[in-house]
Design a protein around this ligand. Structure first.
Ligand code: DOR
Length: 312
């Protein structure tokens, strides 16, 4: 009998797989689909204080090995997701809920955190420091001083479990610097990686970009980014305080991909592009594939192989 359960900051997940913020989680209908799926938890679309319409269409495209998006944070506003989370906690008390926030200023983030803290919310909060798609707004996760300033202010205000969504890093010196900052704060978790920002995909026949915003530049997800996701989970697991847990996100298409992210140290794993392409049946498919791999290898629990990557 294979046990797929995991925990994130004391919340119990019946399976280690959930949606990535932004995918299939913008409306109550989509969120209800997640509740009815094999997902072990859910995260709501990154919210701003006020609703946003986001960038002009077309703003998402499927690619041969993944996706490109420049959604620009279209969302219904914090209250919509907070109300959903608090109502769902009553009907589904055992289903872990994460609220994702993407305020466009420190003040906006602090205001949203105060509102969450003043409510009955008992889930986890994820602060998105890595959206690549708002014109004129650099990714905070690449500005280490700003990241430290934000975390300092946030932890002065907020005393509930909080994690952050990070952009991918590509240099070992960056992992050292970022981990050094993050280890100074009582973070519940990090989520790594967001999409690989500002890629470009071209339609060879028409010689055009495939999405409209920002001249075609957009966040890349799917199989293209799996090696980057594995590296980020592994590098942070090697550097962060053990108390900071890791959500691994990026390029999970199969049970093997899910296994590899856990092998690098992920406590929970999220799917974005695959969920966008296949819908919620993707959870059951990938989890069945994981169970088969675990059975073949003789593993009964995720803890049997989590973080146990071997090197040559
Ligand atoms: O790829 C992404 N797209 N990452 C984010 O953090 C936000 C999202 C969007 O709305 O553009």
């Amino acid at each position: 009998m294979i046990d797929l359960t995991t925990t994130l900051n004391k919340l119990h997940f019946k399976t280690p797989l959930m949606n990535a913020a932004g995918v299939h989680c913008a409306t109550t209908t989509e969120l209800d689909d997640l509740l009815d799926s094999q997902a072990g938890g859910l995260v709501t679309k990154s919210a701003t204080l006020q609703p946003r319409t986001g960038n002009p269409d077309p703003r998402y495209a499927n690619l041969p090995f993944g996706s490109i998006n420049s959604m620009g944070l279209p969302n219904q506003g914090l209250d919509y997701y907070l109300n959903y989370a608090n109502a769902t906690a009553l009907t589904h008390p055992d289903f872990p809920i994460l609220l994702s926030l993407a305020g466009q200023s420190l003040a906006e983030n602090l205001q949203m955190l105060e509102r969450i803290q003043a409510s009955a919310f008992s889930g986890l909060t994820e602060l998105n420091l890595s959206c690549p798609n708002v014109p004129g707004k650099p990714q905070i996760g690449y500005d280490f001083d700003q990241m430290k300033t934000i975390l300092t202010a946030v932890f002065q205000t907020f005393n509930q479990p909080l994690g952050i969504k990070l952009p991918p890093y590509f240099d070992l010196a960056q992992f050292d610097l970022v981990a050094d900052i993050l280890n100074q704060f009582p973070l519940a978790f990090i989520n790594t990686i967001n999409s690989v920002g500002n890629g470009l995909f071209i339609n060879l026949e028409t010689e055009t970009t495939v999405i409209k915003p920002k001249g075609g530049f957009g966040g890349i997800g799917g199989s293209y980014v799996k090696p980057v996701a594995l590296a980020n989970v592994r590098a942070f697991r090697q550097r962060l305080n053990p108390a900071i847990q890791i959500i691994g996100t990026g390029g999970v298409v199969s049970g093997g991909d899910l296994f590899e992210l856990i092998l690098c140290g992920a406590d929970v794993v999220q799917i974005g592009t695959t969920l966008a392409q296949e819908g919620t049946p993707a959870f059951g498919r990938i989890l069945t594939e994981l169970e088969r791999i675990m059975a073949q290898k003789g593993y009964a629990t995720l803890a049997d192989f989590r973080g146990n990557l071997k090197t040559l």
